[in-house]
Write a protein that binds this ligand. Sequence first.
Ligand code: GLC
Length: 557
Amino acid sequence: MTGPWWRSSVFYQIYPRSFLDTNGDGIGDLPGIVSKLDYLAELGVNALWVSPFFTSPMADFGYDISDYRGVDPIFGTMEDARRLIAEAHKRQIKIIFDLVLNHTSDEHPWFVEARSSRDNPKHDWFIWKGRTDALTGKRLPKPNNWVCQFEFKSAWWPNEATDEWYLGTFTRHQPEVDWRNPELRQAMYDVMRFWLDEGVDGFRLDVVNWYVKDAQFRSNPFSFKANPDIFQRHIYDRNQRETHEICAEMRRLAESYPGDRLLTGEIFSQDPAIAASYQGNGSDELHLAFNMEPLYLGWQPKRLARAIREWYRLVPAEGWPNLAFSNHDQPRHATRFAPRGFGGLLARAVPDRHKKERLQIAAMMLLASRGTPFIYYGEEIGMENAPIPRKELVDPTGITFWPLPLGRDGERTPMQWNGKPHAGFTGAGAKPWLRLHPDWPSVNVEAAMRDGDSLWHWYRKLIALRKAEPALSRGSLEFVAEGERGVIAWLRRDEKTVACLMNLSGRHRTVRLDSAVPATGAAATVLLGNRRDAGASVPVERVPLAPYEALLVTLPV
Ligand code: GLC
């Protein structure tokens, strides 16, 4: 494979709190990840994104960092982090860490200093507005209408010591830094250098598109969109032009290191054009930018196909796409893709008789797509969102918005390893930090690995095929069906052509592939199918697809 490693890699996202607990405190840790590296190698993934494990008061479970260079004792030690990097590399697994540079924790020493006085050298590393009119002595209104996303209140929080407001658009415990301040910028770049020097292969950068705010602090206009836009068009608190300069500087920083260090940005927006813009011209800003659109979609064949097609159209020619259906912020796709009663209002009103086939199709869509795929932990066994009772909610969003289903605890429940107590996530006597999904006695890694026909083995085979077939890892992608009558089909072409055929409907369908092959009467050969055996022949003029069939075939040249 030519090109940097991350173009041909299959990523796996680990949420460390929930992966494996080795010290019996009910919270996953870094040694837990290390002990599962062989498992991940067996699945075939060759790159990891590890969500934050840095020192944090955990107001947002690690997305509020109080020391960028320290490992939170809950997760382990600096030695464990070093061992994680080294052990991953020993197995040819690359590893990227998650840096949250839009805000710190309110307990970060920078903010503690900054809030102490207006004269403090760190004061201007954060965003402030005065609370009192200097001339009249009157209390000023909040500077604008920006909203705190997780508390659903004004994003401006009072600081008595300086008589100012500071900005916190996630929770009040996550003050936003001022990226326009040159010293702050250098301090953040030093954080990046620190971990790059430790040997990490790159970063997932949290909410990149929020880094810079409007210099005039103008109020956002109204929008009818509730989730996730909270009724505002975010033209002044996000996506400012200067953010692209920062991405370009970060790219140069990453490129000053050997080994194709990767920068992949979370672009918090459902607009794929905005996400694509953070790749710049494809070679001067972020290497990868997450397009969030597919994370919000249900089992909607046309919309899924359109989202994927549009994404490819928008990513710059020199750039590279990526795809994820699940992460730690949105309901898992095993749940989203299940049938829902009454237009989605009543999840699970309809029994999901085809869960396995749907998830096989989703896995094929992900792993036979063009661009770097990201698997979310537990996706390989079909983990679903767990219902969490109100009194057990811990995610600030979930608590604020209850009973609206906007909380994120459900997609963060402990990994289901085996049939032992707590699914083997933690010791029998321990209390997991979040309750498990009740399906763990049957849905767990051990059971899935034992059953040669399980979703786990389907993922393993797809990953292996993606590595073995250059058409799948680097080939072009050309749609043959874009969700009409529930069928999504595309061709991946390199030296060979592989066709990926997916029937998302519960009816029999057919796909024609004859225009893709030179000779009539030719037959394609099955590489992998959930209804057919590998090696079988399929006529290209009319490929019949059974309900919920997923099929990968190679076409004759
Ligand atoms: C990103 C993270 C999310 C976090 C937020 C604030 O959206 O993915 O988990 O709560 O940023 O850091």
